[in-house]
Design a protein. Structure first.
Length: 550
């Protein structure tokens, strides 16, 4: 039986449905619909064309100029970093563009505030600034320290050079050009990778072309810079090799230029290594319980001195180089808790109880004298080397000790030893030996089995110059800033190397030497280098003072 289909009202055609509007208050639908549509359009136009300008009245300021990365302050509040575009409300505003080491561009700016169509066509005003360099030395010191602390950001060098050039619009005074060149040369002391090396070349190229581009000018300028560097550093080839990629360094080592350099270098080093080091000269100074032994002058073969087995095959940052060292005195042992107690008693600002003030001035870190109880060292630790002292604290102790020594030795200068002085003293008159005692570590406390902390100062046997614990107990601060590529940028002339080291730029990382009770013997030799920030205070770090007497 066929199925019967049923229909419902919903199945009706839509075209059959008719909606009829009724008049409202006697107004016909055609009229009031027209009015409603017109109101809707007017409302939309109002919100698009007028409301944005009424609700947020002002203009966009477009900040352009030199140098980049300057700070924008609007009525004293941070707005952004240039180049940038900032919305500023209508009215009079104090607007400043500032950057450390540069002049400040500050103006009272009357900002307009158009109402109509600001959503579609925002009102923009250009704020063109130009900041002049007013502290070149401060800028380059800051940038160099930043580069040294952040080696994974090599662009710091090239961007600093580019900013300075742009701030002078290419018309660089000769004095600033010389400072730029010096800044680039100083940055080389911290270059150990090909990427960093590339940024040095970019900076040299930019300086040669005044920030513009001239292929011939760039090439000639860079060649002139390299010629000057070769005159300053006989071992520039070693820097070039180490900072190249592994593949490139192999190619460089295979060139006649590198072979000729290696032959000259090895001959100079062999000649020095065969000269006997001077024996102990005797004599000492003493003040406040500190005994400083006399160290003779001579020529130190500084660094890894098994050079014949390494140079020509590979080059590392510890390559040997000759450094002239003058006569000086250095403490027989590291400064002890007892000796440092006398200092803090006499100079209250360095007491542990004043640590908050020292922290606020970045002279120490939170670990300053952390092992002490109050302003006194723990019972039974009088003869242990003082630890938890910063480079600044150690330097302050040296200045205090100098005042104590002045009565018996007028004109004496007490300070931290230079890195070259420290290694010369640690070797004790030996050449080509990895430890103060010779081929083996001897009884140095650095190598004691099962040690959990430092031993009393003076525990080890004396080396050839009468110094103890030079291979350990605690790391020791040196005067120098830490420059990882210093040895590579050296000369064949010992006196020239002394001057190079003395002229190193000041940065926050300082050299530490000697190793501590917590290090493994395989990791350290008498020529091993380390570094720490100058405010750093750790249980593994102490110091011993040095002195020169007229």
């Amino acid at each position: 039986m066929p199925r019967r289909e049923q229909t419902t009202p919903q199945d009706a055609e839509l075209s059959d449905i008719v909606v009829r509007l009724k008049p409202i208050l006697g107004v016909k639908p055609g009229l009031y619909l027209t009015v409603l549509y017109a109101l809707a359009v007017l409302l939309a136009l109002f919100f698009v064309l007028f409301y944005p300008g009424l609700h947020r009245r002002g203009s966009y300021l477009v900040f352009t100029g030199a140098p980049d990365r300057a700070t924008v302050l609007i009525d004293g509040r941070y707005g952004g970093s240039t180049p940038c575009t900032l919305f500023v409300a209508k009215g009079s505003h104090r607007i400043a563009v500032t950057k450390p080491f540069y002049s400040t561009d500050e103006r009272q700016e009357k900002v307009p505030g158009r109402i109509f169509a600001t959503l579609l066509v925002p009102q923009r005003t250009t704020f063109d600034y130009h900041l002049g360099l007013i502290d070149a030395q401060g800028l380059f010191s800051w940038a160099l320290d930043d580069f040294a602390r952040n080696p994974i950001i090599p662009e710091i060098v090239s961007k600093t050079v580019a900013e300075v050039i742009s701030s002078y619009k290419g018309d660089i005074p000769q004095s600033v050009r010389q400072e730029l060149s010096s800044f680039i040369n100083n940055a080389m002391y911290f270059v150990t990778t090909e990427q960093q090396n590339r940024e040095i070349l970019v900076a040299l190229s930019g300086l040669a072309a005044n920030g513009g581009f001239s292929a011939q000018g760039n090439l000639l300028g860079v060649v002139e810079q390299i010629e000057q560097l070769q005159g300053d550093y006989d071992n520039l080839a070693s820097w070039t090799i180490l900072t190249a990629s592994k593949e490139r360094s192999k190619q460089i080592l295979a060139t006649p230029w590198a072979s000729a350099y290696a032959a000259r270098y090895l001959e100079a080093i062999r000649r020095l290594s065969q000269e006997p080091a001077p024996a102990a000269s005797g004599g000492s100074l003493g003040a406040s319980g500190v005994i400083l032994r006399s160290i003779p002058s001579g020529t130190l073969l500084m660094g890894r001195d098994d050079v014949e087995s390494t140079l020509g095959r590979s080059i590392d940052q510890l390559m040997a180089h000759a450094v002239a060292v003058g006569r000086f005195f250095i403490a027989e042992t590291e400064v002890t808790n007892r000796q440092y107690q006398a200092f803090v008693d006499a100079v209250p600002e360095w007491r542990p109880s004043n640590k908050d003030v020292l922290l606020s001035t970045s002279l120490v870190s939170d670990g300053y004298l952390a092992a002490w109880s109050g302003d006194t060292y723990p019972a039974g630790s009088a003869d242990l080397p003082v630890t938890g002292v910063s480079w600044h604290a150690a330097s302050a102790y040296c200045a205090w000790l100098q005042s104590k020594l002045a009565a018996s030795h007028p004109g004496a200068v007490v300070r931290l030893p230079t890195e070259a002085e420290w290694e010369w003293a640690a070797r004790g008159g030996l050449r080509g030996k990895p430890y103060p005692a010779g081929e083996k570590p001897g009884r140095s406390v650095f190598f004691a089995e099962g040690i959990t902390g430092p031993s009393p100062a003076g525990t080890s046997e004396p080396n050839g110059y009468g110094l103890r614990d030079m291979s350990g107990n605690v790391w020791e601060w040196c005067a120098d800033s830490y420059a990882p590529a210093l040895y590579l940028l050296s000369s064949l002339d010992p006196e020239k190397n002394r001057r190079i080291a003395a002229a190193l730029p000041e940065i926050s990382e300082k050299v530490v030497r000697g190793g501590s009770w917590s290090n493994q013997r395989e990791l350290l030799r008498v020529y091993t280098r380390g570094s720490q920030p100058a405010d750093w205070c750790t249980p593994q770090l102490g110091f011993r003072p040095a002195a020169t007497v007229p």
